[in-house]
Design a protein around this ligand. Structure first.
Ligand SMILES: C[S@@+](CC[C@H](N)C(=O)[O-])C[C@H]1O[C@@H](n2cnc3c(N)ncnc32)[C@H](O)[C@@H]1O
Length: 399
């Protein structure tokens, strides 16, 4: 099946995630904000960086909206005819069609279906595309009687697709805010980013991720997070079906991760969980380690760009921990082990980044960058405009 994916706030990260999850040969950049993926395994709940996905029905020469709109009404007046009430949404991406025009297409389709005896509730547009929240709350794309047509304009062609669901923001928020143990000071990872990092490591593709969850736990790959904190990576990895192994210097964080995973296990069947205290610069981990996904120590939080000497001091501390950790880890992992590590990069007032120097020495520490075809793998940085401490994502393989 060919699926159009609407990419998230940082499209290059979403694209990298799709590429690492489904293989670069199956991913095509469609526009600045969308990519197509050839796969039968598309499941939006397992992706952190995709906001909506739709099964592609047609890819057409670019045409103006009125023409396209007529074709859509004609086609879907046939496809959607049938029994029971239909909830219908229409979203246009990549072209600034006024919301009322998109709505007009919906109304024409509604009327046509009504004449055939099917009643329709049309979800109102307040822009050309329905927001993720609107699609999600209306459960569009999740059943035969709740549908969303997606019209996605690219530079040369336009895709018509039927939604397969929007990002489940309710479940993501519940996993983020509903956990019993949270700690603002260690700076918890958003679950979306944790999911994205697990996919970015490439372990899902390597282990044919879609069926991991169906295997007995003795047969599932283990993901290690040596800076597990409150356990967000462990939590998301466990939900994807991986066995999880977390360590952290702070006993308190070990307890937090354990409590959070116990909480998760009450509601979801998960595989093996192991959490213990350990300093990442010298800890001896248990085998097996099939992938390493972690947000390392990020140094102290800043709400405004620090003075150069202050930044220098923090950078030196982080540099030491990350370098020693990478050395220690490389001595314990097998060649080919995939990694996705988030390390700090500090943004100044002009938006320029100060990166860790160890990034230039990764080869000599026993790692190589994984090749990405659609994006520059060496410049993936996750940040929000108001953040000083951004997270640079290193997608590596143990040499
Ligand atoms: C940025 S936080 C990770 C937060 C985590 N991703 C979460 O979602 O809660 C970094 C974690 O690294 C731990 N840490 C700092 N230095 C460490 C070291 N040398 N070895 C292991 N853990 C360390 C801290 O206790 C903290 O929990």
């Amino acid at each position: 099946m060919n699926v159009i994916s609407i990419l998230g706030r940082q499209p290059e990260l979403s694209l990298a995630e799709l590429e690492q999850r489904f293989g670069s040969a199956n991913v095509r950049v469609f526009s600045d904000s969308a990519a197509t993926v050839e796969t039968d395994l598309f499941d939006i709940t397992t992706l952190g960086g995709v906001v909506k996905g739709g099964k592609i029905i047609a890819e057409l020469e670019k045409a103006d909206w009125s023409r396209l709109s007529r074709d859509i009404v004609q086609r879907y007046a046939r496809t959607f005819k049938g029994e029971g009430k239909l909830t219908l949404g229409i979203s246009v991406y990549g072209q600034d069609i006024p919301a009322r025009e998109v709505q007009r297409t919906g109304l024409a389709l509604k009327q046509s279906l009504k004449k055939q005896g099917r009643s329709v509730r049309l979800v109102p547009n307040d822009g050309p595309a329905l927001s993720t929240a609107t699609s999600h709350h209306n459960k569009l794309g999740l059943s035969d009687n709740k549908v969303e047509l997606m019209v996605v304009y690219g530079p040369k062609t336009v895709v018509v697709a039927e939604s397969m669901g929007a990002q489940n923001i309710t479940a993501l928020a519940a996993r983020d805010q509903g956990r019993p143990k949270r700690d603002a000071f260690v700076g918890m990872l958003p679950p979306k980013l944790a999911l994205m990092m697990i996919n970015l490591s490439g372990i899902g593709q390597k282990s044919r991720g879609a069926d991991v969850v169906t295997r007995p736990s003795s047969d599932r790959p283990t993901i290690l997070d040596p800076f597990c904190g409150t356990g967000v990576v462990l939590q998301e990895a466990a939900l994807l079906g991986f066995n999880v192994y977390g360590t952290d210097l702070a006993e308190k964080m070990v307890d937090y991760s354990k409590a959070n995973l116990e909480w998760l296990a009450v509601k979801h069947p998960i595989g093996t969980v192991r959490v213990e205290a350990g300093d990442a610069i010298e800890h001896q981990w248990q085998q097996p380690i099939d992938a390493v996904v972690a947000e390392t120590y990020l140094g102290q939080p800043f709400s405004a760009p620090p003075a150069p000497d202050k930044l220098d001091k923090v950078k030196r501390i982080v540099e030491h921990i990350v370098t020693k950790f990478l050395e220690n880890l490389a001595a314990q992992t097998k060649p080919g082990t995939p990694h996705c590590l988030a390390v700090p990069a500090w943004r100044d007032a002009q938006g320029r980044f100060t990166h860790l120097s160890v990034i230039k020495k990764l080869e000599s520490l026993g790692y190589e960058w994984q090749d990405l075809e659609h994006v520059d793998a060496k410049s993936l940085v996750y940040f929000r405009e108001d953040q000083v401490v951004a997270r640079q994502l290193l997608i590596l393989t143990r040499k």
